[in-house]
Design a protein around this ligand. Sequence first.
Ligand SMILES: NC(=O)C1=CN([C@@H]2O[C@H](COP(=O)(O)OP(=O)(O)OC[C@H]3O[C@@H](n4cnc5c(N)ncnc54)[C@H](OP(=O)(O)O)[C@@H]3O)[C@@H](O)[C@H]2O)C=CC1
Ligand SMILES: O=C1O[C@H](COP(=O)(O)O)[C@@H](O)[C@H](O)[C@H]1O
Length: 602
Amino acid sequence: MALSCMRCPTGAAAVPARSAAAPQLVPAAAVSFARYGFGKSSSAAAAASGFWRIHAVAPQGVKSSMDADEKNPVTPSNSPKAENGSPSEIVLDEFDDLTALSDSTNDDSTVSITVVGASGDLAKKKIFPALFALYYEDCLPKACHFTIFGYARSKMTDAELRNMVSKTLTCRIDKRENCSEKMEEFLKRCFYHSGQYDSEEHFIDLDKKLKQHEGCRVSNRLFYLSIPPNIFLDVVKCASKSASSVNGWTRVIVEKPFGRDSESSAALTRGLKQYLVEDQIFRIDHYLGKELVENLSVLRFSNLVFEPLWSRQYIRNVQIIFSEDFGTEGRGGYFDSYGIIRDIMQNHLLQILALFAMETPISLEAEDIRNEKVKVLRSMKPLQLEDVVIGQYKSHTKGGTTYPGYTDDKTVPKDSVTPTFAAAALFINNARWDGVPFLMKAGKALHTRRTEIRVQFRHVPGNLYKGSFGTDLDRATNELVIRVQPDEAIYLKINNKIPGLGMRLDRSNLNLHYAARYSKEIPDAYERLLLDAIEGERRLFIRSDELDAAWSLFTPLLKEFEDKRIAPELYPYGSRGPVGAHYLAAKYNVRWGDLSAEHYKA
Ligand SMILES: NC(=O)C1=CN([C@@H]2O[C@H](COP(=O)(O)OP(=O)(O)OC[C@H]3O[C@@H](n4cnc5c(N)ncnc54)[C@H](OP(=O)(O)O)[C@@H]3O)[C@@H](O)[C@H]2O)C=CC1
Ligand SMILES: O=C1O[C@H](COP(=O)(O)O)[C@@H](O)[C@H](O)[C@H]1O
């Protein structure tokens, strides 16, 4: 079946000639231009395409750590194959020749997005709605130049998939016009293919369907693995062997968890690299796609008032706090073999820490930023058991309603010691941050849903006004709060004089409240990340060496907890968490900013 809008490419050859000499296969680094405003160079343009190229020397800025795994180098013999067995990568001698092919919105190219695990929770809740939002915002290629395929074992027709997806789509508050029309147009681009995750044959069938939609254009393919991690490799193997693009890029978004410790994570990376090169792998951490996490670097590096303060000289402690006001409802089975440290701290909170604490990158390009982040992660002091507190929520009755405890979940063993709460004190052993506690706290079934970064500054030396603060100088210190969610805001607590003839001081907030400042709805993190993956922008995705460093920090601690079966402190559902977290903070002379009386006034 050929779609009516299809036509053969004009201009640049769709399938360029293959180079004879192929000493080394090197993944190209990527940047994107449109949304980040970087200068477009021909090599960058080629890099953005995500094409593989054969070249004797690694491109500038591409570190060996992100090249094919040394033990499992990607060679022409084990590189992904097209259906007919030929290597799927395009091989070019000249970067410039790729420019015409690199623009995925180019008339001659298509983008196909296959959501593997399309019947699942994440696909329905996040991925399809994010794709629709991108479509609505005109961020996806023109109508007939993109196709979305759902892939899963469940039997479904295209119409059934569309019906399922349609229930999850919404238009932004500020973009209501033509909403149902847009939805209909979008749904027409959605198709479904039922298949097993380990069947090359079924992926060959998918490939055929994809080709029908792509026609003879350059086909760029993105696979989103929205499936349990135990089947990641089956899918990558089948997709890369049987459904890779033969003339465009093939990229794979991998969802967390990326293993459960250093060993399993390394095994997963090795497995992925049997079929893909690092540049094709987009390890998603959706916290990096959140608006205020994105804004962290802007805040710091584009405002003179912040950057000079960003060190041990002025910052007393940093707190990165995640709390949810619901339990593991429905995900207890998954959660019990991971726990809150793996689910939230080792990835989301640690990524925020790395972004917060990194040195100024050479540029805004992905590799420069990721190089700086990895340096922070590698500089971290090994985590000590005594610097971590764990908790688990128990049943609680409030206002006549009984909230279940974690172990009341039928999929959780009754004697489970899996933490649903953890607080930790971390340190970065470098000149900038020596001795500054970075306190992290993450918990489920707490009193509120909130994620924030709190930066508590030092006391003002020889403060002329200290008499006005009483004995509690902490009440007078400046605190910068970056509220990631909900109700995004950045505010700075300052001291000021209460207007009048007397001299009384007050604490106030200089407040950038997003809802008041911007009328536009903030895009969901998945929108940004999907668009980045389509554009080949890797800045917000986790590189394998970052992942290794993150696991190296947490693995010994997790092992110790599990070997010793350390019992978590129980806390009631809907409470503020275990008191142990206060003792931990107090050990470093810190008070949790989210629990201070003042916080509730703010
Ligand atoms: N849900 C969420 O909020 C988040 C999820 N993630 C990660 O995203 C991925 C997808 O999550 P989610 O959608 O919740 O997962 P689901 O459990 O809903 O699984 C997705 C799909 O995978 C298939 N599947 C489920 N279990 C198995 C199995 N044991 N063997 C083979 N196939 C199976 C099912 O499709 P079918 O039976 O039709 O083949 C299912 O619809 C996971 O890696 C998860 O850790 C990450 C962050 C948040
Ligand atoms: O990755 C995960 O994140 C969610 C929280 O994400 P948010 O964007 O809603 O804050 C968490 O509930 C889940 O346990 C975890 O796997």
